[in-house]
Design a binder for this molecule. Structure first.
Ligand code: ZN
Length: 460
Protein backbone atom coordinates (compact mmCIF):
# COMPACT_ATOMS: atom_id res chain seq x y z
CA UNK A 1 0.00 0.00 0.00
CA UNK A 2 1.28 3.45 -0.92
CA UNK A 3 2.23 5.82 1.85
CA UNK A 4 0.26 8.94 0.90
CA UNK A 5 2.37 11.06 3.25
CA UNK A 6 5.35 10.66 0.92
CA UNK A 7 3.80 13.01 -1.65
CA UNK A 8 3.65 15.99 0.75
CA UNK A 9 6.23 18.47 1.94
CA UNK A 10 5.09 18.13 5.51
CA UNK A 11 5.11 21.30 7.60
CA UNK A 12 6.60 19.91 10.79
CA UNK A 13 6.20 23.26 12.54
CA UNK A 14 2.52 22.36 12.91
CA UNK A 15 3.54 19.43 15.14
CA UNK A 16 5.96 21.42 17.23
CA UNK A 17 3.94 22.26 20.32
CA UNK A 18 1.29 19.57 20.39
CA UNK A 19 1.14 15.94 21.41
CA UNK A 20 0.46 14.41 18.02
CA UNK A 21 1.00 10.87 19.29
CA UNK A 22 -1.72 11.21 21.92
CA UNK A 23 -4.18 12.52 19.33
CA UNK A 24 -3.11 9.94 16.72
CA UNK A 25 -2.59 12.59 14.05
CA UNK A 26 0.04 14.28 11.94
CA UNK A 27 -0.75 17.79 10.68
CA UNK A 28 0.56 17.96 7.12
CA UNK A 29 0.05 21.39 5.69
CA UNK A 30 -1.72 24.70 6.23
CA UNK A 31 -3.99 25.61 3.32
CA UNK A 32 -6.00 28.85 2.99
CA UNK A 33 -9.13 27.44 4.57
CA UNK A 34 -8.00 24.45 6.61
CA UNK A 35 -5.11 22.36 7.85
CA UNK A 36 -4.71 18.97 6.22
CA UNK A 37 -4.29 16.38 8.95
CA UNK A 38 -3.38 12.70 8.63
CA UNK A 39 -5.01 10.17 10.92
CA UNK A 40 -5.26 6.40 10.89
CA UNK A 41 -8.68 6.36 12.56
CA UNK A 42 -11.68 6.60 10.21
CA UNK A 43 -13.90 7.41 13.19
CA UNK A 44 -11.66 10.12 14.58
CA UNK A 45 -13.65 12.98 16.07
CA UNK A 46 -12.50 16.22 14.36
CA UNK A 47 -13.65 18.55 17.17
CA UNK A 48 -10.72 18.10 19.58
CA UNK A 49 -8.28 18.43 16.67
CA UNK A 50 -9.93 21.66 15.47
CA UNK A 51 -9.54 22.99 18.99
CA UNK A 52 -5.98 21.73 19.27
CA UNK A 53 -4.85 23.30 16.00
CA UNK A 54 -7.14 26.31 16.34
CA UNK A 55 -8.18 25.96 12.71
CA UNK A 56 -10.65 24.14 10.48
CA UNK A 57 -9.20 20.82 9.41
CA UNK A 58 -9.54 18.19 6.75
CA UNK A 59 -8.56 14.58 7.45
CA UNK A 60 -6.76 12.20 5.18
CA UNK A 61 -6.63 8.59 6.25
CA UNK A 62 -3.43 6.60 6.25
CA UNK A 63 -2.34 3.29 7.71
CA UNK A 64 -1.28 3.32 11.34
CA UNK A 65 2.23 2.08 10.56
CA UNK A 66 2.87 5.15 8.41
CA UNK A 67 1.95 7.42 11.30
CA UNK A 68 4.16 5.41 13.63
CA UNK A 69 7.06 5.70 11.18
CA UNK A 70 6.65 9.51 11.32
CA UNK A 71 6.45 9.48 15.12
CA UNK A 72 9.69 7.49 15.32
CA UNK A 73 11.73 10.40 13.91
CA UNK A 74 9.39 13.28 14.71
CA UNK A 75 11.71 15.20 17.04
CA UNK A 76 14.52 15.04 14.51
CA UNK A 77 12.22 16.03 11.67
CA UNK A 78 10.85 19.05 13.53
CA UNK A 79 14.42 20.15 14.20
CA UNK A 80 15.44 19.57 10.56
CA UNK A 81 12.40 21.50 9.36
CA UNK A 82 13.22 24.49 11.52
CA UNK A 83 16.87 24.49 10.48
CA UNK A 84 15.84 24.26 6.83
CA UNK A 85 13.58 27.31 7.19
CA UNK A 86 16.33 29.23 8.98
CA UNK A 87 18.82 28.27 6.28
CA UNK A 88 16.52 29.68 3.60
CA UNK A 89 16.03 32.85 5.63
CA UNK A 90 19.73 33.29 6.13
CA UNK A 91 21.92 35.25 3.77
CA UNK A 92 22.15 33.01 0.73
CA UNK A 93 25.55 34.39 -0.20
CA UNK A 94 27.19 32.59 2.68
CA UNK A 95 26.85 29.23 1.00
CA UNK A 96 28.14 27.28 3.95
CA UNK A 97 25.98 28.91 6.59
CA UNK A 98 25.69 27.29 9.96
CA UNK A 99 22.02 26.25 9.68
CA UNK A 100 22.77 24.07 6.68
CA UNK A 101 25.78 22.64 8.48
CA UNK A 102 23.63 21.81 11.49
CA UNK A 103 21.00 20.32 9.19
CA UNK A 104 23.57 18.06 7.57
CA UNK A 105 25.14 17.12 10.91
CA UNK A 106 21.80 16.01 12.32
CA UNK A 107 21.19 13.79 9.31
CA UNK A 108 24.67 12.29 9.47
CA UNK A 109 24.29 11.62 13.17
CA UNK A 110 20.89 9.99 12.71
CA UNK A 111 22.30 7.79 9.96
CA UNK A 112 25.27 6.65 12.02
CA UNK A 113 22.99 5.89 14.97
CA UNK A 114 20.61 3.90 12.79
CA UNK A 115 23.28 2.06 10.84
CA UNK A 116 22.30 3.58 7.52
CA UNK A 117 24.72 3.00 4.66
CA UNK A 118 23.78 5.69 2.13
CA UNK A 119 22.10 9.09 2.11
CA UNK A 120 20.57 10.33 -1.15
CA UNK A 121 19.94 14.04 -1.71
CA UNK A 122 17.91 14.37 -4.88
CA UNK A 123 16.56 17.42 -6.65
CA UNK A 124 13.12 16.71 -8.05
CA UNK A 125 11.10 19.10 -10.16
CA UNK A 126 9.99 21.20 -7.17
CA UNK A 127 11.40 19.47 -4.15
CA UNK A 128 14.48 18.30 -2.38
CA UNK A 129 14.07 14.66 -1.47
CA UNK A 130 16.21 12.91 1.13
CA UNK A 131 16.17 9.15 1.09
CA UNK A 132 18.07 6.74 3.32
CA UNK A 133 19.18 3.18 2.69
CA UNK A 134 18.25 0.86 5.54
CA UNK A 135 19.67 -2.69 5.23
CA UNK A 136 20.06 -2.36 1.50
CA UNK A 137 16.71 -0.73 0.69
CA UNK A 138 15.99 2.97 0.10
CA UNK A 139 13.24 4.70 2.02
CA UNK A 140 11.97 8.26 1.83
CA UNK A 141 12.90 10.28 4.89
CA UNK A 142 12.39 13.99 4.36
CA UNK A 143 11.06 16.29 1.67
CA UNK A 144 11.49 20.04 1.50
CA UNK A 145 11.47 23.04 -0.80
CA UNK A 146 13.99 22.63 -3.57
CA UNK A 147 15.70 25.91 -2.62
CA UNK A 148 17.50 24.07 0.16
CA UNK A 149 19.13 21.69 -2.32
CA UNK A 150 21.86 24.03 -3.55
CA UNK A 151 22.85 24.90 0.00
CA UNK A 152 23.24 21.26 0.96
CA UNK A 153 25.06 20.54 -2.27
CA UNK A 154 27.47 23.41 -1.60
CA UNK A 155 28.23 22.39 1.94
CA UNK A 156 28.89 18.78 0.99
CA UNK A 157 31.18 19.82 -1.88
CA UNK A 158 32.93 22.28 0.42
CA UNK A 159 33.60 19.56 3.00
CA UNK A 160 35.04 17.30 0.30
CA UNK A 161 37.14 20.10 -1.25
CA UNK A 162 35.23 19.85 -4.52
CA UNK A 163 34.36 22.69 -6.88
CA UNK A 164 31.15 24.15 -5.43
CA UNK A 165 30.17 25.74 -8.73
CA UNK A 166 30.47 22.51 -10.73
CA UNK A 167 26.96 21.19 -11.22
CA UNK A 168 27.15 19.95 -14.78
CA UNK A 169 29.68 17.15 -14.41
CA UNK A 170 29.82 14.21 -11.99
CA UNK A 171 32.19 14.70 -9.06
CA UNK A 172 33.69 12.23 -6.61
CA UNK A 173 35.27 12.91 -3.27
CA UNK A 174 35.28 12.13 0.39
CA UNK A 175 35.46 13.81 3.77
CA UNK A 176 35.92 12.82 7.37
CA UNK A 177 33.85 14.05 10.29
CA UNK A 178 33.62 13.55 14.03
CA UNK A 179 30.23 12.30 15.09
CA UNK A 180 29.36 11.37 18.68
CA UNK A 181 33.08 11.34 19.44
CA UNK A 182 34.08 8.93 16.66
CA UNK A 183 35.69 9.73 13.33
CA UNK A 184 33.71 8.68 10.26
CA UNK A 185 34.50 8.80 6.55
CA UNK A 186 31.97 9.73 3.92
CA UNK A 187 32.34 9.06 0.22
CA UNK A 188 30.53 11.43 -2.12
CA UNK A 189 29.25 11.09 -5.63
CA UNK A 190 27.41 13.87 -7.46
CA UNK A 191 25.57 13.44 -10.75
CA UNK A 192 23.80 16.06 -12.88
CA UNK A 193 20.16 15.14 -13.57
CA UNK A 194 17.39 16.78 -15.60
CA UNK A 195 16.08 18.62 -12.53
CA UNK A 196 19.47 19.59 -11.17
CA UNK A 197 21.61 17.13 -9.35
CA UNK A 198 21.72 14.03 -7.22
CA UNK A 199 24.22 13.53 -4.41
CA UNK A 200 24.87 10.22 -2.72
CA UNK A 201 26.81 10.03 0.52
CA UNK A 202 28.15 6.60 1.38
CA UNK A 203 28.90 6.22 5.08
CA UNK A 204 32.12 4.26 5.47
CA UNK A 205 31.47 3.14 8.99
CA UNK A 206 34.58 1.45 10.33
CA UNK A 207 32.46 -0.13 13.05
CA UNK A 208 30.64 -2.10 10.37
CA UNK A 209 33.78 -3.72 9.14
CA UNK A 210 35.43 -4.18 12.51
CA UNK A 211 33.03 -6.98 13.08
CA UNK A 212 33.99 -10.18 14.69
CA UNK A 213 33.85 -13.15 12.32
CA UNK A 214 31.56 -14.84 14.84
CA UNK A 215 28.95 -12.11 14.50
CA UNK A 216 28.21 -11.92 10.79
CA UNK A 217 26.09 -15.01 10.38
CA UNK A 218 28.33 -18.00 9.71
CA UNK A 219 27.19 -21.25 11.32
CA UNK A 220 29.36 -22.84 13.99
CA UNK A 221 30.81 -25.61 11.85
CA UNK A 222 31.51 -23.12 9.04
CA UNK A 223 33.31 -20.85 11.50
CA UNK A 224 35.51 -23.72 12.63
CA UNK A 225 36.49 -24.33 9.02
CA UNK A 226 37.25 -20.66 8.48
CA UNK A 227 39.40 -20.35 11.61
CA UNK A 228 41.24 -23.56 10.73
CA UNK A 229 42.12 -22.25 7.26
CA UNK A 230 43.07 -18.80 8.53
CA UNK A 231 45.69 -20.43 10.72
CA UNK A 232 47.51 -21.80 7.67
CA UNK A 233 50.79 -20.16 6.74
CA UNK A 234 50.30 -20.57 3.03
CA UNK A 235 47.51 -21.15 0.55
CA UNK A 236 44.67 -19.36 -1.12
CA UNK A 237 41.30 -18.55 0.44
CA UNK A 238 38.63 -17.17 -1.88
CA UNK A 239 35.52 -15.27 -0.91
CA UNK A 240 33.02 -15.15 -3.74
CA UNK A 241 29.61 -13.73 -4.52
CA UNK A 242 27.98 -10.98 -6.55
CA UNK A 243 28.19 -7.27 -5.69
CA UNK A 244 26.42 -6.57 -2.40
CA UNK A 245 26.96 -10.05 -1.01
CA UNK A 246 28.99 -8.81 1.96
CA UNK A 247 32.38 -9.98 0.73
CA UNK A 248 34.13 -6.88 2.08
CA UNK A 249 32.72 -7.43 5.55
CA UNK A 250 33.92 -11.02 5.52
CA UNK A 251 37.38 -10.05 4.26
CA UNK A 252 37.87 -7.36 6.88
CA UNK A 253 36.59 -9.60 9.66
CA UNK A 254 39.22 -12.11 8.61
CA UNK A 255 41.89 -9.40 8.63
CA UNK A 256 40.80 -8.29 12.10
CA UNK A 257 41.24 -11.85 13.27
CA UNK A 258 44.68 -12.15 11.62
CA UNK A 259 45.93 -8.70 12.59
CA UNK A 260 48.72 -9.52 15.05
CA UNK A 261 52.00 -7.70 15.36
CA UNK A 262 53.99 -10.78 14.36
CA UNK A 263 52.40 -10.87 10.90
CA UNK A 264 52.93 -8.46 8.05
CA UNK A 265 49.64 -7.97 6.27
CA UNK A 266 49.43 -6.12 2.97
CA UNK A 267 46.19 -5.35 1.16
CA UNK A 268 45.76 -4.22 -2.42
CA UNK A 269 42.48 -2.39 -2.81
CA UNK A 270 40.77 -0.33 -5.45
CA UNK A 271 40.08 1.94 -3.66
CA UNK A 272 40.89 1.62 0.05
CA UNK A 273 37.59 2.32 1.74
CA UNK A 274 38.26 1.47 5.35
CA UNK A 275 41.50 2.28 7.07
CA UNK A 276 42.83 -0.32 9.46
CA UNK A 277 45.56 0.05 12.04
CA UNK A 278 48.59 -2.17 11.71
CA UNK A 279 47.94 -3.18 8.11
CA UNK A 280 49.78 -1.91 5.04
CA UNK A 281 47.00 -0.90 2.68
CA UNK A 282 47.91 -0.11 -0.90
CA UNK A 283 45.50 2.13 -2.75
CA UNK A 284 45.61 1.55 -6.49
CA UNK A 285 45.97 4.70 -8.52
CA UNK A 286 45.91 4.01 -12.25
CA UNK A 287 46.40 7.74 -13.01
CA UNK A 288 50.02 7.47 -11.90
CA UNK A 289 50.29 3.92 -13.25
CA UNK A 290 50.03 2.42 -9.79
CA UNK A 291 47.86 -0.32 -11.17
CA UNK A 292 47.30 -3.96 -10.27
CA UNK A 293 50.17 -5.09 -12.48
CA UNK A 294 52.75 -2.80 -10.96
CA UNK A 295 51.71 -3.46 -7.37
CA UNK A 296 51.32 -7.20 -7.71
CA UNK A 297 54.63 -7.62 -9.50
CA UNK A 298 56.45 -5.88 -6.65
CA UNK A 299 54.41 -6.82 -3.63
CA UNK A 300 56.19 -10.02 -2.65
CA UNK A 301 59.45 -8.11 -2.14
CA UNK A 302 57.65 -6.34 0.69
CA UNK A 303 57.89 -9.64 2.54
CA UNK A 304 54.27 -10.09 3.56
CA UNK A 305 52.95 -13.02 5.56
CA UNK A 306 49.40 -12.39 4.53
CA UNK A 307 48.24 -10.79 1.32
CA UNK A 308 44.75 -9.53 0.65
CA UNK A 309 43.91 -9.00 -2.99
CA UNK A 310 40.71 -6.98 -3.29
CA UNK A 311 39.62 -8.75 -6.42
CA UNK A 312 41.08 -11.31 -8.79
CA UNK A 313 39.89 -9.85 -12.05
CA UNK A 314 42.04 -11.36 -14.77
CA UNK A 315 44.69 -13.96 -15.61
CA UNK A 316 47.55 -11.85 -14.32
CA UNK A 317 46.05 -11.18 -10.90
CA UNK A 318 45.01 -14.83 -10.63
CA UNK A 319 48.56 -15.98 -11.48
CA UNK A 320 50.14 -13.64 -8.97
CA UNK A 321 47.71 -14.76 -6.25
CA UNK A 322 48.55 -18.38 -6.99
CA UNK A 323 52.28 -17.71 -7.08
CA UNK A 324 52.15 -15.93 -3.74
CA UNK A 325 50.11 -18.75 -2.26
CA UNK A 326 52.67 -21.28 -3.51
CA UNK A 327 55.61 -19.45 -2.01
CA UNK A 328 54.79 -19.27 1.65
CA UNK A 329 52.04 -16.64 1.88
CA UNK A 330 48.47 -16.84 2.99
CA UNK A 331 46.47 -15.12 0.26
CA UNK A 332 42.90 -13.99 0.69
CA UNK A 333 41.05 -12.70 -2.34
CA UNK A 334 37.62 -12.23 -3.81
CA UNK A 335 36.29 -13.47 -7.10
CA UNK A 336 33.07 -12.56 -8.83
CA UNK A 337 31.41 -15.98 -9.06
CA UNK A 338 28.12 -17.36 -7.86
CA UNK A 339 29.09 -20.57 -6.11
CA UNK A 340 32.02 -22.63 -4.99
CA UNK A 341 32.13 -25.12 -7.87
CA UNK A 342 31.84 -22.31 -10.41
CA UNK A 343 34.83 -20.67 -8.72
CA UNK A 344 37.09 -23.55 -9.67
CA UNK A 345 35.84 -23.45 -13.26
CA UNK A 346 36.49 -19.72 -13.33
CA UNK A 347 40.10 -20.17 -12.22
CA UNK A 348 40.58 -22.72 -15.01
CA UNK A 349 39.02 -20.22 -17.43
CA UNK A 350 41.60 -17.71 -16.21
CA UNK A 351 44.25 -20.12 -17.52
CA UNK A 352 45.41 -21.40 -14.14
CA UNK A 353 46.68 -24.96 -14.43
CA UNK A 354 44.46 -27.37 -12.48
CA UNK A 355 47.47 -28.80 -10.62
CA UNK A 356 48.30 -25.28 -9.37
CA UNK A 357 44.73 -24.78 -8.19
CA UNK A 358 44.71 -28.07 -6.35
CA UNK A 359 48.01 -27.35 -4.65
CA UNK A 360 47.17 -23.81 -3.49
CA UNK A 361 43.41 -23.43 -3.05
CA UNK A 362 42.37 -24.21 0.53
CA UNK A 363 38.86 -22.93 0.91
CA UNK A 364 36.08 -21.20 -1.00
CA UNK A 365 33.44 -19.19 0.80
CA UNK A 366 30.54 -18.47 -1.55
CA UNK A 367 28.18 -16.05 0.13
CA UNK A 368 25.14 -13.81 -0.04
CA UNK A 369 23.81 -11.14 2.29
CA UNK A 370 20.13 -11.57 3.12
CA UNK A 371 17.73 -9.37 5.03
CA UNK A 372 16.26 -10.81 8.20
CA UNK A 373 12.53 -10.54 8.84
CA UNK A 374 11.56 -8.08 11.56
CA UNK A 375 10.53 -10.11 14.60
CA UNK A 376 8.14 -7.40 15.73
CA UNK A 377 5.88 -7.50 12.68
CA UNK A 378 6.47 -10.69 10.64
CA UNK A 379 3.30 -12.65 10.00
CA UNK A 380 2.73 -16.38 9.72
CA UNK A 381 1.06 -17.38 6.50
CA UNK A 382 -1.05 -20.50 7.00
CA UNK A 383 -1.05 -21.38 3.34
CA UNK A 384 2.67 -21.43 2.73
CA UNK A 385 3.61 -22.20 6.36
CA UNK A 386 6.17 -19.43 6.09
CA UNK A 387 6.60 -16.00 7.61
CA UNK A 388 5.98 -12.94 5.47
CA UNK A 389 7.16 -9.34 5.98
CA UNK A 390 4.69 -6.66 7.02
CA UNK A 391 6.44 -3.48 8.20
CA UNK A 392 6.32 -1.46 11.39
CA UNK A 393 7.96 1.64 12.84
CA UNK A 394 10.77 -0.42 14.39
CA UNK A 395 11.91 -1.72 10.97
CA UNK A 396 11.21 1.61 9.21
CA UNK A 397 8.25 0.06 7.36
CA UNK A 398 10.55 -2.43 5.63
CA UNK A 399 9.40 -5.64 7.28
CA UNK A 400 13.07 -6.49 7.56
CA UNK A 401 15.74 -5.52 10.04
CA UNK A 402 19.48 -6.31 9.96
CA UNK A 403 21.14 -8.72 7.61
CA UNK A 404 22.99 -12.00 7.84
CA UNK A 405 25.52 -13.78 5.70
CA UNK A 406 24.39 -17.01 4.09
CA UNK A 407 27.34 -19.05 2.91
CA UNK A 408 28.43 -22.34 1.48
CA UNK A 409 31.93 -23.38 2.36
CA UNK A 410 34.01 -25.72 0.29
CA UNK A 411 37.22 -26.94 1.84
CA UNK A 412 39.65 -28.34 -0.69
CA UNK A 413 40.67 -31.64 0.83
CA UNK A 414 42.94 -34.22 -0.79
CA UNK A 415 40.08 -35.91 -2.57
CA UNK A 416 38.73 -32.70 -4.11
CA UNK A 417 42.24 -31.50 -4.91
CA UNK A 418 42.99 -34.67 -6.84
CA UNK A 419 39.73 -34.33 -8.74
CA UNK A 420 40.59 -30.73 -9.63
CA UNK A 421 44.07 -31.68 -10.78
CA UNK A 422 42.65 -34.42 -12.97
CA UNK A 423 40.00 -32.07 -14.25
CA UNK A 424 37.21 -34.35 -13.01
CA UNK A 425 33.70 -33.35 -12.08
CA UNK A 426 33.49 -32.56 -8.39
CA UNK A 427 30.82 -34.17 -6.33
CA UNK A 428 30.90 -33.73 -2.60
CA UNK A 429 29.06 -35.73 0.02
CA UNK A 430 27.40 -33.88 2.90
CA UNK A 431 27.92 -30.57 1.17
CA UNK A 432 25.79 -27.80 2.61
CA UNK A 433 25.03 -25.63 -0.39
CA UNK A 434 23.89 -22.02 -0.23
CA UNK A 435 20.46 -23.29 -1.09
CA UNK A 436 20.39 -25.73 1.82
CA UNK A 437 21.61 -23.15 4.31
CA UNK A 438 19.13 -20.52 3.07
CA UNK A 439 16.27 -23.04 3.08
CA UNK A 440 16.93 -23.67 6.78
CA UNK A 441 16.69 -19.93 7.49
CA UNK A 442 13.45 -19.84 5.53
CA UNK A 443 11.99 -22.76 7.48
CA UNK A 444 13.01 -21.12 10.76
CA UNK A 445 11.20 -17.91 9.84
CA UNK A 446 14.41 -15.88 9.81
CA UNK A 447 14.16 -14.92 6.15
CA UNK A 448 11.25 -14.62 3.71
CA UNK A 449 10.53 -16.53 0.53
CA UNK A 450 10.84 -13.24 -1.36
CA UNK A 451 14.35 -12.70 -0.02
CA UNK A 452 15.24 -16.33 -0.68
CA UNK A 453 14.18 -16.06 -4.32
CA UNK A 454 15.88 -12.73 -4.92
CA UNK A 455 19.22 -13.50 -3.33
CA UNK A 456 19.72 -17.26 -3.50
CA UNK A 457 19.25 -17.59 -7.19
CA UNK A 458 20.83 -20.88 -8.06
CA UNK A 459 20.47 -24.57 -7.47
CA UNK A 460 23.57 -26.70 -7.12
ZN1 ZN B 1 8.84 -4.51 11.75
Amino acid sequence: MINKLFSYNIDYNLSKDIDIVQYNILPIKQYDLYILVATSDINQDPKPIIKLLNSPIKFIYIQKIYLEYEYKYIKTKIKLYQLALQALDDDITTQTNSYTTQFLNIILQLCIQNNISDIHFESLKNDLLIRLRFDGVLNQFFKFDKKLYSMISSIIKFLAHLDISQKRLPLNGRFGKQIDGDEFDFRISTMPTIYGESIVLRILNNKNIQKNLDSIGFGKSDLNKIYKNLSLTQGLILVTGPTGSGKTTTLYSMLNHLNQSSKKIITIEDPVEYKLDGIMQVNLNPQIELDYYTVLKNILRQDPDILLIGEIRDTLSAKIAIRAALTGHLVIATLHTNNSIETITRLIDLKIEPYLISSTLKMIIAQRLVRKLCNDCKQYDNQTKLYIPKGCAKCNLMGYINRTVVAEILEIDKDIASKISQNQKIKIDNFRSLNTVAQELLDQGIISKEEFLSKIDYDI
